[in-house]
Design a protein around this ligand. Structure first.
Ligand SMILES: [Zn+2]
Length: 328
């Protein structure tokens, strides 16, 4: 088994900017997540298992980076784990939890990152853990993408890891229940509760970028993200969470068409709870996420699908592989 710390070929999570801003390694982030996370393995078998895990539906696109939709449509592209891009009917591009270098996306990670740096209008992040912040800082430095998410997460990303300060302001950052309308009114993002934790692991004060001497700083409350596209779908990305009964309110308030729901267990709810969550929210379509990335994430799409049936949830399940696009 190969651990994160030995994966030198892709150990750097945030590239250094020209101003010498912080480099934070995956090892550093994992140190903040505890010993269990440090045992995560990244063997090639993980990817194979993930690809064999479920029935794949939805149109498959060969393009890298974000995917352009048909006229009047919204393209939702999955990069594995919890990472997506959304391309709006007018061609605006939003990345959600942009960990493009996750193990499930290894084959096209570099090309996807290049594409994201070339075109990204906004980045929405659910919470501060490394598997959700991903390459956000690198993408934002190159693209000028504004940051949407919890206020403290944005301040910490700008203050400690070099997210461009003029792109991480109160104009686009917010707090639970608050809606932010961006991109010329085409997209509205509402932060909703998630039962999880949220922190960033960064170099200690005075330590150089990439140092193993790290500190963990608060990133505010974790969130889910409700992303409403004008003339398109409303998408609820749960972030990392346990099920909670107030998910029914998210369904009542926002009427999501598509729910991107974590199912992997260990760090989030597993398939049974995720099926109940889906029933509470009542979307038309549900896409399982945050599974198959590491051996610790044992929840599978097949188990989730069985639990959906058992719970009597009416949503249609779409299981996406990294690189596949759901068009709506
Ligand atoms: Zn996570």
């Amino acid at each position: 088994m190969e651990s994160y710390g030995n994966d030198n070929s892709c150990n750097t999570l945030q590239d250094s900017g020209s101003n010498g801003s912080a480099i934070t390694t995956r090892r550093s982030f994992l140190a903040g997540l505890g010993a269990g996370a440090a045992a995560m393995a990244l063997g090639a078998g993980t990817v194979a298992n993930a690809q064999a895990a479920g029935v794949v539906t939805g149109p498959l696109r060969a393009s890298l980076g974000a995917s352009a939709p048909a006229a009047g449509k919204t393209a939702i592209k999955f990069f594995g784990h919890s990472s997506f891009s959304i391309t709006t009917p007018s061609g605006k591009v939003i990345y959600i939890d942009p960990w493009l270098k996750n193990p499930l996306n290894a084959a096209s990670a570099e090309a996807d990152l290049t594409a994201a740096k070339a075109k990204c209008d906004a980045i929405a992040i659910s919470h501060g853990h490394f598997d959700h912040v991903g390459e956000a800082v690198e993408i934002a430095k190159a693209s000028g993408a504004v940051l949407c998410g919890m206020l403290e997460l944005g301040l910490a990303l700008a203050g400690h890891l070099g997210y461009p300060r003029d792109k991480a302001t109160m104009v686009t950052l917010g707090n639970l229940g608050g809606a932010t309308t961006i991109l010329d009114g085409e997209v509205t993002i509402t932060l909703v509760p998630a039962l999880h934790s949220s922190s960033l692991t960064v170099p200690e004060a005075g330590e150089p970028a990439g140092s193993d001497k790290t500190q963990t700083v608060t990133a505010g409350s974790p969130t889910g993200l409700v992303i409403a596209i004008k003339g398109g779908p409303t998408i609820y990305h749960t972030g990392d969470t346990e099920v909670f009964s107030d998910m029914a309110l998210i369904g009542q308030l926002h009427k999501p068409d598509i729910m991107l729901v974590c199912i992997g267990d260990h760090f989030t709810m597993g398939p049974k709870a995720a099926a109940l969550a889906t029933k509470l929210v009542a979307p038309q379509t549900v896409v399982p996420i945050h599974h198959s990335t590491f051996p610790l994430l044992t929840g599978t799409p097949a188990a989730f699908e069985a639990e959906l049936k058992s719970a009597g949830a009416k949503a249609a399940i779409k299981v996406l592989k990294a690189g596949e696009v759901l068009e709506s």
